[in-house]
Design a protein around this ligand. Structure first.
Ligand code: EPU
Length: 339
């Protein structure tokens, strides 16, 4: 294993922030991860576990060791009368995995097409889009415990999934390296086309009978229209979570702002579109140097070229402050800040 020093992370984060890591290592096997964790000289350092780098903001150089997890491989592990169980390495690209599933007749993640990042990061934040979340198809994952190298299996309930949340962002934060993920796909697929404008897009495409391929194409069309491609305009998807508030508070806001965009979250709670709140404060398309708010989507912050991580962070704090003073709502970051 090659441990490199003073390594540039610019190509490894979708915001394309120029920042160096004091040490850097790529690990592509579980045994190699365990071997690395036994090395005394790196034990005391802060550790950044990197997947696709599509949901992080590097605020500056990282004075620790960056571990890029590159465990690959995908296979049909088993099947029974009702389900296929498909296992894949944490280092596999999420979207390539979606396409592999569609080609092989495993339905259930087509709505999650084109989400950037790798498989290992998907359970961390319970990725979701167009009415589907990872937890709907998640079976189990394998992870290595950082303090003793032990391999553990986490079931769906062990992961404590929530909206863009899991145990790995809470009580187990920074304690595990996820190495593989197994998803469970129903043999009788139930397509989910009820979210937002997905049905409209499907009708406009006039693509014939529903299939996971057709739904995936529709999702890709919608995403390509309104979300910037991180390869062209550097970004990390939604910068903030959509805030969840009580029905009572929602009623008060609705009186004052009749156009406010919301989704039912539970019997007692409403999820607000953070994009609408930010847009209403006039931020869409605003730019401060190379840090900006995307012109088609107010929830996506972008690096137009050579922005520093701290400039994007400062812009995000200004945005959160203006939403707080106009609506009294605190926005919570969805992107992970690396300090
Ligand atoms: N809107 C505005 N202004 C804008 C953009 C949107 O007012 O500039 C309003 C529109 O009324 C729209 C609503 O906000 O109906 C919601 O927008 P959108 O459908 O684009 O979804 P979102 O709530 O902003 C969430 C996820 C996305 C996911 C989409 C589609 C979060 C934090 N984000 O975005 O996930 O792709 O739904 O399901 O939950 C991500 O997590 O990085 C991500 C991109």
């Amino acid at each position: 294993m090659d441990i490199l020093e003073n390594y540039s992370l610019k190509e490894l984060n979708s915001f394309s922030i120029s920042a160096n890591s004091r040490y850097f290592v790529v690990l592509d096997k579980v045994e190699e991860i365990q071997e690395f964790l036994e090395m005394d000289q790196y034990r005391g350092l802060s550790r950044l576990v990197l997947g696709g780098g599509s949901n992080i903001l590097l605020s500056g150089n990282f004075d620790g060791i960056t571990v890029k997890v590159d465990v690959t491989g995908k296979e049909l592990l088993q099947e029974d009368d009702n389900y296929f169980y498909v296992k894949a390495g944490a280092g596999e690209s999420w979207h390539q995995f979606v396409l592999y599933c569609i080609e092989n007749g495993y339905s259930g993640i087509e709505n999650l097409s084109l989400i950037p990042g790798n498989l290992g990061a998907a359970p961390m934040q319970n990725i979701g889009a167009y009415g589907v979340e990872l937890k709907d198809v998640f079976h189990e994952l394998q992870a290595v415990r950082i303090d003793n190298g032990e391999c553990l299996t986490f079931s769906n309930s062990d992961c404590k999934f929530g909206y863009r949340n899991s145990i790995f962002k809470g009580e187990a934060k920074d304690q595990f390296i996820i190495t593989s993920v197994t998803l469970r796909f129903a043999k009788q697929p139930v397509f989910n086309t009820s979210y937002g404008n997905l049905m409209q897009e499907l009708e406009a495409m006039n693509a014939g009978p529903l299939s996971s391929k057709v739904i995936s194409d529709a999702v890709c069309n919608i995403r390509n229209r309104k979300l910037p491609n991180p390869v062209e305009i550097h970004n990390a998807g939604s910068f903030f979570k959509n805030p969840i508030i009580s029905n009572e508070l929602f009623e008060q806001l609705k009186e004052q702002y009749p156009d406010i965009v919301s989704f039912v979250n539970s019997e007692t709670e409403v999820k607000l579109a953070a994009a609408w709140l930010i847009d209403s404060c006039g931020w869409k398309g605003k730019r401060e140097g190379d840090a900006g708010v995307h012109e088609h989507h107010a929830l996506v912050l972008v690096n137009y070229g050579n922005s520093s991580g701290s400039a994007i962070l400062n812009l995000s704090l200004e945005i959160a402050e203006s939403v707080k003073s106009k609506f009294g709502i605190e926005l919570e970051r969805e992107v992970n800040l690396v300090e």
